[in-house]
Design a protein around this ligand. Structure first.
Ligand code: AMP
Length: 279
């Protein structure tokens, strides 16, 4: 495994074997089984794989969230070594955003809802850094988790709009044993909030069960979700959504499929989760 900071070193290593297929997994580090599932899929599908670890400051719309984002580079590198990763990029902020940096990528419509509405500027930061990662690594395939469902949709749109010759591979959500979606931010939860955080998955599951029992009214389904979240004392709902998984437009009545998603503060730590529900 080779680990570099400089873009020129990554480029050199990336183009050493020009005929090999390359997979890339972009991360912000503090790796868990969710990240590793993406890396394992990339390992299966490509001759060489790269991972980036970069806490991208411009996608944080909240400075406290950025300052408290968990990090453990030593542990991350040891995990990546075990997964047989070929190339790791760990750039510094000023390498990615030199002082004269002035170019941003802004996907418009699909970013106006859900996380985009709740976190202004977030996706502009994501697409800008991901486009840079694409240019630095020039991968054939890039792996993204459905945990960040809208992020995946936004990246797909950017790839289509800007004609990146890259395949985007969606990967399923990996959960803890009790159902909580794995996330680096979970490590910031207090013991009590961690226990109660299972309410997100329980609420999504209850809504899915209600759909199986015949409920299609989205207001009723959202109430089922909200009632369960509110039983957790440390919870504060940011939003609950039932949307078309393609356009992300809100639905009144569930048609063939819906994306049930939410953002909830558990003791001030903002968690997101989602479930695709089919009729
Ligand atoms: P992050 O380090 O949080 O930016 O995540 C890096 C990548 O891992 C993104 O594509 C995420 O969607 C994905 N990811 C994070 N958590 C999970 C999870 N629990 N299951 C599947 N993918 C995940």
């Amino acid at each position: 495994m080779q680990t570099f900071k400089a873009i020129s070193d990554i480029r050199k290593a990336r183009h050493k074997d020009p005929i090999q297929s390359w997979g890339l997994v972009p991360t912000m580090g503090y790796l868990h089984e969710g990240h590793l599932s993406l890396i394992r899929k990339a390992r299966q599908q490509n001759d060489r794989i790269g991972v980036s670890i970069f806490i991208n400051p411009i996608q944080f719309n909240n400075s406290k969230d950025l300052m408290t984002y968990p990090q453990n580079l030593e542990e991350d590198l040891s995990l990546l070594e075990k997964e047989n990763v070929d190339l790791v990029w760990i750039p510094s902020d000023d390498l990615v955003y030199p002082s004269d940096f002035q170019t941003y990528i802004d996907v418009t419509k699909i970013t106006s809802r859900l996380e985009g509405a709740a976190r202004p500027g977030h996706f502009k930061g994501v697409t800008t850094v991901v486009a840079k990662l694409f240019n630095v690594f020039q991968p054939h395939r890039v792996y993204f988790g459905k945990k960040d469902f809208q992020q995946l949709a936004v990246i797909k749109q950017m790839v289509k709009d800007l004609n990146f010759n890259i395949q985007i591979i969606p990967c399923p959500i990996i959960r803890e044993n009790d159902g909580l979606a794995m996330s680096s931010r979970n490590s910031n939860l207090s013991a009590e909030a961690r226990k109660q955080a299972v309410c997100l998955y329980q609420a999504l599951t209850a809504a899915k069960n209600a759909v199986s029992a015949g409920e299609k009214n989205c207001n009723t389904l959202k109430t089922i979700i909200a009632d369960i979240i509110q039983t957790a004392k440390t919870s504060k709902i940011d939003y609950i959504s039932i949307a078309d998984p393609d356009s992300l437009e809100e639905l009144d009545v569930l048609q063939k499929k819906g994306l049930f998603s939410m953002a909830v503060y558990m003791d001030k730590i903002r968690l997101i989760d989602n479930m695709e529900v089919y009729l």
